[in-house]
Design a protein. Structure first.
Lengths: 266, 303, 341
C-alpha cells in the first residue's frame, strides 16, 4: 500500500475547512480587540482615530505591568506543579484496573465541580481559619488545586488510549523500569502533557473570583486589575495590555518552535 | 519527583509506588479543597448573618428555600418552581454548549492529529493563544463582533445579503456561541491527546473491507477518541453550568443562571447559607453522575 | 529543587508583608481610582511606598475584612458599606475631624449619617445614579423616569438597566412614589409588575453602561454620573438626567480597617487627600466630585462646569440610602429572582 493512498484515506472531507473555520472563530474577536488597542478615544467600541496612547499608558503604568507579570508567573508555576501531580495521579488511576479507582477519580475532578464563588469564599474562610496569611502563596495553592483536574483529564485520556501492554514490552527491552518509563511511556504521553499543561495554564491565567478572595496585600494579578477598572469604565488600555500578552505568547511559541526544530536537527 | 510506572517497578512495592504517585494530588485537593468545602457544607445549615457571613444557629431553611417560598402576603409556605427553572435552564444551556463544542472539536482534533509532527504543537498553541486574553475581555470582544452594527452585520448589509441586521447578540444564540468561545480548547485538546497516536492502518483495513467513510469514522475513529471525549465533555459541561459571563454579557443578563444565582447569594443578596445550599445540591448531583460514569467505565475496562 | 526555592521565596515575601515599619502603605480600592501623580507626590513627601490592590465590588472587600484577613492600611468603602463596617467594628477610630486638613472638608460632608462627626473616615469622591439618555433619540427635556419605565416606541428595545438589585428596585420604587428599603409586600409586588412589564423593552441588564451608550446600543440607560460623562466625551448627544422623582447618591470614604499594619501612615494619607490641591487630582483623574472646599480652583476647566458633576438648581437633592435591613434584602432578592428567572 503506497503512502500516497494512505494519506488520501486519512482525509475526511470538510475537516480541514472546519478546523480553519474554528481558528477564524477564535481569532476574529481577538483581531478586533487588537485593532481597538490603537484607538485614540477612550472607548473600546467606537473608533476615534489611530494612536499609540494606550500603549504609552501601559508602559507608564507600573501596576498593570506587575499584575501581568504576576499572572504569568503564577500560571506557569501552577500549571507545571499541577501537571506533574496530575501525571502521577493519572498513571496511578489508569494502571489500577481492579476497580475501586472511582473514589480517587472523583476527588481528582472535585475542584471542577464546585462553583467558583463557593470555592473562593470557602478558601478564604479556610486560609484564615488555619492561620495562613493571604498573599502569593495562597493564590498559588488555590491555583494548583483547581488546575489539577484540567491537567489530569487530558493526561488520563491519553493514557487510556495507549496500548496498555506497551510499557511491559518496553520493560523487557530495558534494564530498569525507570528507563522504560523515561524512554517509552513519557515520550508517548507528551501530547497529553502538553494539552494538560496548556489547559491548566490558561485556566490559571484567567481566574478572577478565587484569586480575588485569596489574594493578599501586594499580590495582584491581571484579572484582578482588569475587574477593578470596571467601576470607572474600561478603556483601550485593557486592549493594549491584552494585545501585548498575545504578542508575548506568540513570540514564546515561535521561540519554542524554533528551539524544537533546532533540537531535532541536533 | 521521580515518577515510576508502579506495576513494573521491581524495587518499590506496587502499593507504595501507587500511593506515591496518587497522593500529592489527592493530598492538596483534600487539604485545600475538600476541607474548605466541608466548611461550606456546615454554612448551608446555618442562618445568614445580617450583612454577609453566617450566624451559628442550626437551620434547614436554606434547603427549604430551594423548593418552597413564604408568600409575600400571608407568609404561608408554597411550592415555587423559580429555582428549578434556573437550574434546568443552566443544564440545558450547558448541554447545548457541550454538544456544539463536540461537533466542532472532533473534526478539529482529527485534523490536528493528521498534521505532520512538527506542526502539531503549533496547532495546539494556535488554539490556546486567544486564551491569554482575559475571559471578560474576550466575551466583550465577541459581543462587539456580533452586535447590530458590528463587523458581521455591517459586512452582510454592505454586500446586500440582508437588509436588516441579524439578531446575533442578546439572545440564546449569542449565549451558546459565548460558551463555545469560553471553553472550546477544553474539548479540542483532550480529544487530540486521546487520538494523536491513532494507528491509521486501522482505517485502511476498514476501507479494505469496503466500509464507507461514514462507517469508518463512527466505528473506528470515534471509539479511539472516546477517553478524550469523556474528559473534554466534563471540562466543558461542568464549567458551562456555572458560567455567568456569557449569559450576562452576550445574553444581556435577562435571565439568571445557576452560577449567577449562587454568586448573588454571596454578594448583594447576602445569603451565604442559601448560596452554599444551592452549590451543595449541584455538587451532589454532579458527584453522583460522575461516580456512576467512573464505575461504568471501570466495568467496561474489565470486560 | 528550583521550584521549591521559588516557593520559599514567595512564602517569605508574603510573610514579610506585615512588617512594613520601613514605610509602606497598602491601599485596597477600586481600580483606576487613585491618581498616580498623587501617589507619587505622597511617596516623595513622606518617603512612604504606596501599594495599591483593587477590588471589583464592596462584597469582595467586605468578605475579606469580615473573615479577618487583614494587611491593608486603607480601604475606600461606599457610605452604605461604612454603616456595616462601623456596626461590625471593623474600622479603626482615627478621629479624622481632628486632622489639620479637616478644615477643608465641605460642611455638607461633615456630619454625615454614616459617620457622625467623621470619627472614622474622610470623603474621597461622590456621585449619583441617574439616567443617561441619547438626546438624538429621546427628544425634549423630560426628566421623568417615565422615559425608562414606560418608554416611547423609539426607545423600546434600547434600554439598559444596571445589573444591581438595589439600584433597580429603588429606581422603580421612586417611580411608583413608594419609600426605599421597602419591606411592604404590596409595594414590592407593584415593583415586580412594573419591572416585568418593562423587561420586554429592555436590551440588557448590564453595569458596563459606558460602552453601551457610546456604541448606540442603548438609548436610555441607568447610569452613574461618571460613566455618563465619559460616554458624552465619545458621543456628544448623551445627556445625564437627574430624575425629578429622585435619584440615589453615593459617597466613597477613606477609612482604616481594624488591625491595619501601619495606622500612622494611613493617617498621613487621609490627611493628605483632604488637601484641596490633592482632592482636585482625584476629581481630575477619576472624574467624580470630591467633598473638599477650595478644590474647585485646581479642577480642570472642562470638569468644573460639567453638568454630570453639578446638578442643576431644578433637580432634587440626591438621596443617600443606608444599607437595607436583612428582611428587605431578602425580599429584594426574591423580586430580582422572579424578574430574571
Amino acid at each position: 500500500m503506497s503512502t500516497a493512498r494512505l494519506r488520501d484515506l486519512r482525509v475526511f472531507p470538510g475537516f480541514g475547512l472546519l478546523s480553519v473555520g474554528c481558528v477564524v472563530f477564535l481569532y476574529a474577536p481577538i483581531v478586533v480587540l487588537a485593532i481597538y488597542s490603537f484607538n485614540d478615544g477612550r472607548s473600546v467600541t467606537r473608533w476615534a482615530g489611530f494612536s499609540f496612547r494606550w500603549y504609552q499608558t501601559v508602559f507608564a503604568n507600573q501596576n498593570i505591568q506587575t499584575a501581568a507579570i504576576n499572572s504569568v508567573v503564577i500560571a506557569v508555576i501552577a500549571a507545571t506543579v499541577a501537571t506533574v501531580f496530575a501525571l502521577g495521579a493519572a498513571i496511578a488511576t489508569v494502571n489500577r484496573k481492579k476497580g475501586g479507582g472511582e473514589g480517587a477519580y472523583v476527588v481528582l475532578t472535585f475542584p471542577l465541580m464546585v462553583p467558583e464563588i463557593v470555592t473562593a469564599v470557602a478558601s478564604l474562610v479556610f486560609f484564615v481559619a488555619v492561620g495562613i496569611s493571604l498573599g502569593f502563596a495562597t493564590i498559588l495553592i488555590a491555583h494548583i488545586v483547581f488546575c489539577i483536574p484540567f491537567a489530569y483529564l487530558p493526561i488520563k485520556a491519553r493514557l487510556e488510549s495507549m496500548d496498555g501492554t506497551l510499557p511491559s514490552a518496553a520493560a523487557d527491552l530495558y534494564a530498569s523500569p525507570a528507563k522504560a518509563f523515561l524512554r517509552i511511556t513519557l515520550p508517548l504521553l507528551v501530547p497529553g502533557l502538553v494539552s494538560g499543561w496548556l489547559l491548566a495554564f490558561i485556566i490559571s491565567l484567567d481566574d478572577f473570583i478565587i484569586t480575588a478572595l485569596v489574594a493578599g496585600p501586594g499580590a495582584t494579578t491581571l484579572p484582578l486589575h482588569i475587574y477593578g477598572m470596571l467601576r470607572l469604565g474600561m478603556t483601550p488600555e485593557v486592549n493594549a495590555i491584552s494585545t501585548l500578552m498575545l504578542a508575548a505568547s506568540t513570540v514564546l511559541v515561535l521561540i519554542s518552535g524554533l528551539l524544537g526544530q533546532a533540537g531535532r536537527k541536533h | 519527583m521521580s515518577a515510576r510506572p508502579l506495576a513494573l517497578s521491581s524495587r518499590i512495592p506496587a502499593r507504595v509506588a501507587h500511593a506515591g504517585l496518587l497522593w500529592p494530588s489527592l493530598g492538596v485537593i483534600l487539604a485545600f479543597m475538600v476541607a474548605p468545602i466541608a466548611i461550606m457544607l456546615t454554612y448551608s445549615f446555618l442562618v445568614p448573618g445580617a450583612y454577609g457571613g453566617v450566624e451559628w444557629t442550626f437551620s434547614t431553611a436554606a434547603y427549604e428555600q430551594i423548593l418552597f417560598e413564604r408568600d409575600f402576603l400571608d407568609d404561608s409556605l408554597t411550592f415555587t418552581p423559580d429555582y428549578l427553572i434556573i437550574v434546568a435552564r443552566s443544564l440545558l444551556q450547558a448541554t447545548v454548549a457541550t454538544l456544539l463544542c463536540l461537533v466542532i472539536s472532533v473534526p478539529t482534533a482529527y485534523y490536528i492529529a493528521t498534521r505532520p509532527d512538527r506542526v502539531k504543537n503549533i496547532w495546539l498553541f494556535l488554539i490556546t493563544i486567544p486564551y491569554w486574553v482575559n475571559l471578560l475581555i474576550r466575551t466583550i470582544a465577541l459581543l462587539f463582533v456580533l452586535r447590530d452594527d458590528g463587523p458581521i452585520n455591517s459586512a452582510l448589509i454592505d454586500v446586500g445579503v440582508i437588509g436588516q441586521p441579524l439578531a446575533l447578540s442578546y439572545n440564546g444564540f449569542a449565549i451558546s456561541l459565548g460558551l463555545i468561545y469560553s471553553f472550546l480548547p477544553f474539548m479540542v485538546l483532550p480529544l487530540y491527546s486521546a487520538f494523536e497516536r491513532f494507528d491509521f492502518r486501522l482505517l485502511e483495513a476498514a476501507y479494505d473491507l469496503y466500509a464507507s467513510r461514514r462507517v469508518a469514522f463512527f466505528r473506528i475513529v470515534l471509539p479511539v477518541m472516546r477517553p478524550g471525549l469523556i474528559a473534554g465533555s466534563l471540562l466543558v459541561f461542568i464549567p458551562s453550568v456555572g458560567s455567568y459571563l456569557a449569559p450576562d454579557i452576550l445574553g444581556g443578563g435577562k435571565t439568571l443562571m445557576i452560577g449567577n444565582l449562587i454568586g448573588t447569594q454571596f454578594q448583594a443578596a447576602r445569603n451565604w447559607p442559601f448560596g452554599a445550599a444551592l452549590s451543595m445540591i449541584l455538587l451532589t448531583i454532579t458527584l453522583i453522575v460522575l461516580f456512576w460514569l467512573a464505575r461504568r467505565a471501570a466495568q467496561q475496562q474489565m470486560n | 529543587m528550583k521550584k521549591s526555592a521559588i516557593f520559599a521565596a514567595l512564602l517569605a515575601s508574603t510573610s514579610a508583608v506585615p512588617a512594613s515599619a520601613a514605610g509602606d502603605l497598602f491601599i485596597y480600592t477600586w481600580g483606576e481610582y487613585t491618581p498616580p501623580e498623587m501617589v507619587e507626590k505622597f511617596e516623595k513627601t513622606y518617603g512612604v511606598k504606596v501599594h495599591i490592590d483593587t477590588y471589583d465590588s464592596m462584597e469582595t472587600m467586605l468578605a475579606k475584612l469580615k473573615s479577618g484577613a487583614g494587611g491593608y492600611d486603607i480601604i475606600v468603602p461606599g457610605h452604605d458599606t461604612m454603616t456595616i463596617l462601623i456596626g461590625e467594628k471593623l474600622l479603626e477610630p482615627i478621629n479624622v475631624s481632628a486632622m489639620p486638613n479637616y478644615q477643608h472638608v465641605d460642611e455638607m460632608w461633615r456630619d454625615v449619617f454614616w459617620d457622625k462627626g467623621r470619627l472614622y473616615s474622610a470623603p474621597w469622591a461622590w456621585g449619583s445614579t441617574g439616567l443617561a439618555v441619547d438626546r438624538d433619540i429621546v427628544k425634549g427635556d423630560d426628566t421623568s423616569l417615565k422615559i425608562l419605565f414606560e418608554p416611547d416606541d423609539a426607545v423600546k428595545g434600547k434600554i439598559n438597566m444596571l445589573r444591581d438589585v438595589n439600584d433597580v428596585i429603588n429606581m422603580a420604587l421612586r417611580y411608583l412614589g413608594k419609600p426605599r428599603c421597602n419591606d411592604n409586600p404590596e409595594d414590592l409586588k407593584a415593583v415586580l409588575d412594573l419591572l416585568t412589564t418593562q423587561k420586554q423593552f429592555v436590551k440588557s441588564y448590564n453595569s458596563e453602561t459606558k460602552e453601551l451608550l457610546v456604541s448606540g446600543e442603548a438609548a436610555v440607560s441607568m447610569s452613574w454620573n461618571g460613566y455618563a460623562m465619559r460616554a458624552r466625551d465619545e458621543r456628544p448627544s448623551i445627556e445625564y438626567i437627574y430624575p425629578k422623582e429622585g435619584y440615589t447618591g453615593w459617597m466613597d470614604n477613606v477609612a482604616v480597617p481594624k488591625g491595619a499594619p501601619d495606622i500612622e501612615n494611613a493617617k498621613l494619607w487621609i490627611n493628605f487627600i483632604m488637601d484641596p490641591e490633592n482632592a482636585a487630582m482625584i476629581t481630575n483623574y477619576a472624574r467624580y466630585a470630591n467633598g473638599i472646599k477650595g478644590s474647585e480652583a485646581f479642577v480642570d476647566k472642562a470638569l468644573a462646569g460639567a453638568p454630570e458633576l453639578s446638578p442643576p438648581e431644578s433637580a432634587p437633592a440626591p438621596e443617600f440610602l443606608t444599607a437595607c435591613t436583612p428582611a428587605v434584602t431578602k425580599l429584594y432578592d426574591r423580586v430580582w429572582t422572579k424578574l430574571l428567572r
